[in-house]
Design a protein around this ligand. Structure first.
Ligand code: SAM
Ligand code: ZN
Length: 279
């Protein structure tokens, strides 16, 4: 982890500034958080969170799927949307960052930006910490007060992950932007051959905008549609990495995935990439 570009982390216990020294975050009142061996910082103390981050199986599947390049067009669209509005020195927070795939793309285009990956899954953040050696990876629950100062985030990414509108508004810098990715109805159509899909509700992007109660306006919206040709193992990963996995029986999806000689599946990718800024 490199030095913070400015003091923007705050202690999750007492809300005073967190200073970074060698592999330790510490506040003036003596609360300390040491880096895990894999490089992330676990800020969740006490009883922890009632929510669950992604499991090892989901993270492995996501890593395999993203590594295939199947969502590379989405990453390009996210990075492009953020880059148009951000200076090279931006602090970029990804809330629900998973393995850090989108922040990695942003850093490649804006090498001076400081990436902050926040997620509840330690397993996902092990990967993010490796991917983002010049930034910081924080285990934290997005439903709690974020460990970031008011107005400290220039670019806030939120890709298929939970949103906390009050906290997003608090940490977003006055000229900052929030880039949100949501799926549209028909997303992943074609995967039914491998396992059951959850249906995607319509108008998710409108709901995202409404959830900010007029405090943010839409500065951009792009619908992105394409077809992915997925070999059976990747098709299974697409299912296992997402919410449908919790409803599917692993042995069923595994059997479908190993259907010998089966042709690749044509699977729809249907997203909305939204850019929100202060009204
Ligand atoms: C569908 S995954 C998306 C991950 C990443 N944005 C991507 O697209 O590759 C949702 C992510 O949200 C995280 N998550 C779920 N609930 C959370 C919470 N309450 N606080 C922080 N992260 C959470 C999960 O661990 C998971 O990494
Ligand atoms: Zn403290």
């Amino acid at each position: 982890m490199s030095a913070l570009p400015r003091p923007f982390l705050v202690c999750p216990v007492c809300v005073s500034a967190l200073e970074v020294t060698d592999r330790t975050l510490a506040c003036a009142l003596g609360h300390r958080f040491d880096a895990a061996r894999q490089g992330y910082y676990n800020l969740v103390t006490g009883k922890g969170s009632p929510f669950e981050g992604d499991t090892a199986e989901m993270v492995d599947a996501r890593e395999q799927f993203l590594g295939s390049g199947a969502y590379a067009p989405l990453r390009r669209a996210v990075v492009e949307a953020a880059r148009r509005r951000a200076a090279d020195t931006a602090v970029a927070l990804d809330a629900g960052a998973g393995t850090g795939y989108y922040l990695e793309g942003l850093v490649a285009d804006l090498p001076g930006c400081y990436p902050v990956a926040l997620d509840l899954s330690k397993i996902a953040l092990r990967r993010a910490a490796r991917r983002l050696p010049g930034g910081i990876s924080l285990v934290w629950d997005v439903w709690r007060r974020l460990p970031l100062a008011d107005g400290s985030v220039d670019v806030l990414l939120n890709v298929f992950a939970p949103r906390n509108p009050d906290e997003f508004l608090r940490v977003l810098a006055p000229g900052g932007c929030l880039v949100v990715v949501t799926p549209r109805p028909g997303h992943l159509a074609g995967l039914e051959a491998v396992g059951p899909l959850l249906s995607v509700p319509a108008h998710k992007a409108d709901d995202v905008l409404a959830s900010f109660g007029g405090a943010l306006v839409e500065a951009g919206r792009e619908d992105l549609d394409y077809v992915m040709s997925l070999p059976r193992d990747l098709a299974r990963s697409a299912l296992v990495m997402g919410p449908a996995a919790r409803h599917a029986r692993a042995e069923d999806t595994a059997a479908a995935a190993h259907d010998a000689g089966a042709a690749p599946l044509e699977v729809a990718a249907r997203f909305t990439v939204q850019v929100l800024a202060r009204a």
